[in-house]
Design a protein around this ligand. Sequence first.
Ligand SMILES: Nc1ncnc2c1ncn2[C@@H]1O[C@H](COP(=O)(O)OP(=O)(O)O)[C@@H](O)[C@H]1O
Ligand SMILES: Nc1ccn([C@@H]2O[C@H](COP(=O)(O)O)[C@@H](O)[C@H]2O)c(=O)n1
Length: 592
Amino acid sequence: MDAGAARRRPQEVMSGRFKQDPPSSASSDRPITHKLKKHMEGKTLLMDSTVHISSSGGEETATTRQMEDEESTTDIGEMEGSHPTSPRPPSAGPPPQTPTQGALRSPRSRRQRTTSQSQPSRSREPILRGRRRTIYTAGRPPWYDCQGQLVEPFVIGVCGGSASGKTTVARKIIEELDVPWVTLLSLDSFYKVLSEKQHEEAARNEYNFDHPDAFDFELVAKTLVRLKEGKKVEVPIYNFVTHRRETKTKTMYGANVIIFEGILAFYSPDVLKLLDMKVFVDTDSDERLVRRLQRDIAERGRELDGVLKQYFKFVKPAFDYYIAPSMVHADIIVPRGGENEVAINLIAQNVMTQLQQRGFKLREKLANANFGIARPNSLHLLPSTPQIRGLHTFIRNKDTPRDEFIFYSKRLIRLVIEHALTLLPFTDVTVETPQGIPYEGKRIATEKICGVSILRAGETMENALCEVLKDVRIGKILIQTNLDTGEPELYYLRLPKDIKDYHIFLMDATVATGAAAIMAIRVLLDHEVTEEHISLCSLLMTEQGVHNIAYAFPKVRIVTTAVDPCVNEKFYIVPGIGNFGDRYFGTEPSDQ
Ligand SMILES: Nc1ncnc2c1ncn2[C@@H]1O[C@H](COP(=O)(O)OP(=O)(O)O)[C@@H](O)[C@H]1O
Ligand SMILES: Nc1ccn([C@@H]2O[C@H](COP(=O)(O)O)[C@@H](O)[C@H]2O)c(=O)n1
């Protein structure tokens, strides 16, 4: 279809009820006032042959699943219906039939989806199975730019009547986008907790779930703001059968794209201003009723009479009074919902353009960033003594056997950790010697020190830290390179819950472009660790890596035993050390 061939809304734009009118069950299901109609003139309406999109903004992502024990542990990658290789089907059941065709089956006749769509999907292929954890194929991508600053996700709001196909449209946009990091957030997750009396009303289909008062919009806005800031949020999971929030929540972190869908997605001005693109799904009222009957009976544990009673008493009037008028806010109107492939395609194209404009290639940018020759003050390079050069000679030599590689690496690691310790604040203390004479000494000014290793090479540095600090805590961050994009991705976190109170020794054996280290620092900052409280400890870094990290996070102390000139086209350090993890753990690929 031709871009720019936007069509005007046809005759169905008719007069009807507007916001000031009282809700009435007798009102039309297509009530658009003159004022609304006028507003619609400037809108994009996506029909089979339509095409013109207006929207604003654009940006970045992620979502996670969290498992709590004494520490905060997160498997990154339970993307909300977002994995390109395993999209969830739009509907769990057979094609819908009209109620009269006998489609109103028992709630137990097929698997029910009883909870809100913000819950995690289950179809993921794990790549790593630990003793206690499973780590998934999709990770959290960079959510910051070369300056280490947050890049906001692009937020699409999808509004429309109940069963108009909002979720279906959202899922189709996700499939079409082909961006691995998309989060689907549903307004349903923000239904308020009901009192006992309200539960009794709900059981009789006499509670109004379609009124704005039923939702916690303040929490919606707070959640979206935090996601836009790249911060972690706990999203309630709503159960439509029990009308309650589940005890578990879903952890989310934002994404390249966040899709927020709900019947009143455009109701709150505070929420509205957080949406970069607003899509209204406009489906015929009869169709909506038929779909709702089928779905509520099949998936939400309802009876025919109850669904109809609730529909005419609350759902339809609320549509007329609140939802239809909110169409004025839409940038794009999608008639008929999920089957409108032209519209979905165009929305996806528009979002992709906006994402591409901001650029996905963080590591490449870091590798090519230009800096002056002066090294930053935050770099603490151990003096290049014969001892240190001697240790480097062992570990850089490609012919050094593994046992010697491990032995000399450990010695260097110990030196770098000891050096980093000297950079911590110390206070004066006086102790008495066995001779009864005071000794004016020093003590590290903090007891809260945590080592955080960037897996897997950083793990080789943990022992040295434990040997020099008796009660040190250890956290872990797994970052891997996506072989398709070359970008670092965050897969797994295990950090003390009160990490913000700690001085952190962030450990990675080598730092090339600095992409992984910057991601790890970003994670720590997102957990409210103070930048000044982070010491990045590494055996070998590159000039570029040092500059990139110092540029993004000038207050982070960088401690290393050597700085090499550059990285090659594969982002390996030159002259370098080879793949430290492979050499240390003996996992080097054989020549055959
Ligand atoms: N184009 C369509 N054709 C037939 N059934 C559909 C279509 N779109 C959605 N449905 C079905 O209608 C029901 C409601 O769709 P959904 O996308 O969940 O709507 P909403 O999120 O607006 O409530 C689901 O059971 C879904 O499978
Ligand atoms: N306990 C509840 C909560 C909500 N509803 C109805 O759900 C509709 C919104 O969900 P959609 O997926 O259809 O957008 C809304 O119209 C409520 O009436 C419910 O029945 N029970």
